[in-house]
Design a protein around this ligand. Sequence first.
Ligand code: KG4
Ligand code: ZN
Length: 396
Amino acid sequence: MCEFLRSFGFDPGKLFLHKLILGIETSCDDTAAAVVDESGKVWGEAIHSQTEVHLKTGGIVPPVAQQLHRENIQRIVKEALSTSKISPSELSAIATTVKPGLALSLGVGLSFSLRLVDQLKIPFIPIHHMEAHALTIRLLNKVEFPFLVLLISGGHCLLALVRGVSDFLLLGKSLDIAPGDMLDKVARRLSLIKHPECSTMSGGKAIEHLAKQGNKLHFDIKPPMQRAKNCDFSFTGLQHVTDRIITQKEKEEGIQKGQILSSAAHIAAAVQHTTACHIAKRTHRAILFCKQRDLLPQSNAVLVASGGVASNFYIRKALEIVTNATQCTLLCPPPRLCTDNGIMIAWNGIERLRAGVGVLYNTEGIRYEPKLLGKKLSFTINSLKSTTLEYWVRSG
Ligand code: KG4
Ligand code: ZN
């Protein structure tokens, strides 16, 4: 296509009305790429999911994830470009996840992208994975800043006020593990990989599927942090309580660890219900706080929920109760855009290009920044000032 245009004297890079960005995602266990233009039109995408491989090893083994990214990245990028009918020289920039994530996985996407950027002589836009999840909604709906975002995935749990493309105010976060991590651990403990209906599903998806066949009130699991006067979350306690219930049931049913309990669906329903209650209650506090302090508009305030766990319809229902009660609107991307994908990365590139923030013409010294386990959250956002926190505790 480019040669054809050039033969008519056109510069392909300048001919198209809307700039095109290639987005590349390799932060965890999905190799994904997509081409998106400034108007939000998706020209093409491709994804290779490693879920099935990691399910068999009982969790992500970083060197295995790295090897699978290496084996697939070229094919996935080629596929995204060819379905777009776009040649690389028509791209205005490349946007790639550089943080947070698994170091070995991030490295594959970054080095591939830097080689391509160097060949094509186009700018590079480093992307923060969680910011990309947060802004995906603006590709689909007209959502103005500020809005509240709840990001719930396998690696994160955050409540933040989004005030601009790279202006996030952190209101709350998980004090231990993320909800997706907890659901994955419960699904593994229940051996759902052996369940004929769930064998290829991620842990969270398997829990949602099985919960439909169970009674959520069969087991009484209390939501954590009921008295905490802040917007933080915790999921480790929930995991341990569920683990104890499973051990108890295994004894009662006289079965070995690794076999499927007859009460597995009830356990899935109860853990999903408690997760939904906890997430909804913490989000309710954040909405009230933002409204009290005029951080969100009094009418038509928007709550966006995204990240893999936000594709859960039971959790969405719980959030809807909260938004209806507080005159807010709940917006969630469709499940395929809640879980990791290349479109969200390309779109974040478009947002940054339009705002003129973080577009690099020189990539010297650019590094990926993995999540540092046990260290401070690497979300590059402003935290609440202590005066605000004091107010929050007093008014809670
Ligand atoms: O956003 P994501 O694709 O990757 C991360 O950045 O972590 O989220 C993956 C997480 C996994 O823990 C998976 O079990 C969970 O999202 N998940 C779900 C559902 N689908 C995926 N959790 C609950 N319900 C679902 N339907
Ligand atoms: Zn994600």
